[in-house]
Structures are given as structure tokens and as C-alpha cells.
Design a binder for this molecule. Sequence first.
Ligand SMILES: Nc1ncnc2c1ncn2[C@@H]1O[C@H](COP(=O)(O)OP(=O)(O)OP(=O)(O)O)[C@@H](O)[C@H]1O
Length: 304
Amino acid sequence: MESILSIENVSKYFGGKAAVEQFSLSVGEGEIFGLLGPNGAGKTTLIKMIVGHLRVDSGSIMVCGHAIGQEFEAAMSSVGAIVENPAHYLYMSGYENLKLTSMLHTDVERGRIREVIEQTGLQSRIHDKVKRYSLGMRQRLALAQTILHRPKLLVLDEPTNGLDPAGIKDLREILQNLAREGMTVVVSSHILSEMSLLCTRIGIMRSGRLVADSSAQALQRSQYGKIRLRVGQPGEAVQILESQFTDIAVEVQEDVLLVGGDALDSGQLNRMLVLNDVDVYEVGEQKETLEDAFMELTGGGGIA
Ligand SMILES: Nc1ncnc2c1ncn2[C@@H]1O[C@H](COP(=O)(O)OP(=O)(O)OP(=O)(O)O)[C@@H](O)[C@H]1O
């Protein structure tokens, strides 16, 4: 997969304190990458560096093969971003706002305005004054303005802030459609449930670092799921499992073992124990949700 965004060892300090530290990430075409983390984790700082609003102190960021530090304009021509609250001319219509934005670009072809209006579902209200728009519609208008020049990379900082559930769903569908057409999306949030529905991949940020990076599905499934076994001889069982399987973690709670690790199979664990004369009374899975995983990895705090 072609790398649209490539971040290598990026750090940013404010007054000697790291807001982003040794951060590396590569995001490929058509991915919707969710940057999730509690308040103060460094999400906005990272996003501002990706969209060229802040300079990196060390490391490098490339967009579509262009390094922001050396080829700023080439890199930025592929980026569309909504970072601060978007400002519109409220007394003008949505259409007039779009027309004005199109004049800022040299390469917006005929018909493109119509196209972005359709992509953002604003057809029926596009000639109304923006002051009559709901927050969700203003957000969609901002998105339409942002994608006019066909950016390869769309970057949104907390785009669902203040939106109602219907607005969040609309935005999700629009972004997923854009990604299907090949646009790459990077979006930040501290709201886990929204991210797991929207994103194809989620990175968890804590204290300026990436502490987990996984497909949303994988995070929800095996990586943080544990197998629960109630056994007759817990001490022996731990020894057997640890000697037979690499990369597993076994927790013991009296006669219950909680076994974590990648690609574990409860049948396989059960067979191994029984063949080694350990009595197994119960086998089950202890599911951890994405939320549990998040809490474990970030130490909790600050999520909705
Ligand atoms: N301009 C600045 N000057 C000084 N410190 C800053 C500045 N911008 C951010 N910070 C600090 O850097 C750290 C990361 O902040 P950042 O806003 O990037 O986090 P965030 O994950 O986006 O949080 P939030 O969800 O609250 O926006 C925080 O400790 C913050 O106080």
C-alpha cells in the first residue's frame, strides 16, 4: 500500500517539556486512521505539525513523498485540514462560501463545486444562508471546502465535537465514502465509541507517544481478549503453558488462569493442559472491549 503520510521520529517540545516525543507512523491510501488519546496526550500538536501549522523540533513528516520541512508547498498541496473551528461568511449562502474558497485554488475544475456539494449531502440547503445552518451542516460545508482541491490526505482534529448523534453518523458516512474513493483520512478524538465505528485503524497516544497501533477490529478482538481457564492444579498449569507457548501472559486468580497473547486458541490450551494431567473444569473467553484496552494502555482518564 502506498504511504500517503509518513511520520518519522517526530518530537515537539514546549518550554522543555515534550508534547510529542519520538513519534513514528505510516498511513496508507484509503485508510481512516484514528488518533485516540486522553486530553493533553499531544494529538492536536501532532496534527498541527502534519498540516504545517507547527514546525517539528526533530524528525520528519512526509505527505505523498514530499517532506514538509523541505518541500512545504508540494506537501501541502495534497493536504486538506480542519483544525480550528472553521469560519464561514454567515450572511452568505453555502454555495457562495464554496465559490469563494474555490477562488483560493488555481486548480478547481468546472463541476467540482457541484460534486463536493453532493459528496457532503448539502444539495437541498446549499443556497440558504450559512447563519441558518446547524452545526452539523456547517461542519459538512467546511468539509466540502476542504476537499475542493482533491487532497490525498484529509486531516480533522476532533471533528465530531459538538455534533449530535445524527450529525456524527452523517459525518461518518461522508468520510467513509471519501475513503472508499481513495482519500486517506487522519482524525483525532478522545471518544472511543465513535472512533471504533469510523476508523479502519486506531492509534492510541499517551504522553506524546504512540502506545498502540492496530486495526479497530483487532483491537476489539484477540489482542486484548483473554482466555479464562478454571483448573485443578494452577501452579503446574502455569508452568506447562509458559514452557509450551511463547509470547503469552498468564495471570492466576486462585484456580482461574487468565491467558493473554496473540492468536491464542482455547482448544489448544485445553488440550495441552489435559495431556499433561491438569484437570480443566471450565474454558471460556474473557472479552475485553476496545474501551478496556484503551484504559489499560493509557492508564485511563479523560475519555468519554
Ligand atoms: N502552544 C503551547 N505552549 C505550551 N504548551 C503547549 C502548547 N500546545 C500544547 N501544549 C502542551 O502540550 C501537551 C499536549 O497538548 P495537545 O493540545 O497537543 O493535546 P491533545 O491530545 O490535543 O489534548 P486535547 O484533547 O485536550 O486537545 C499538553 O501538555 C499541552 O499543555
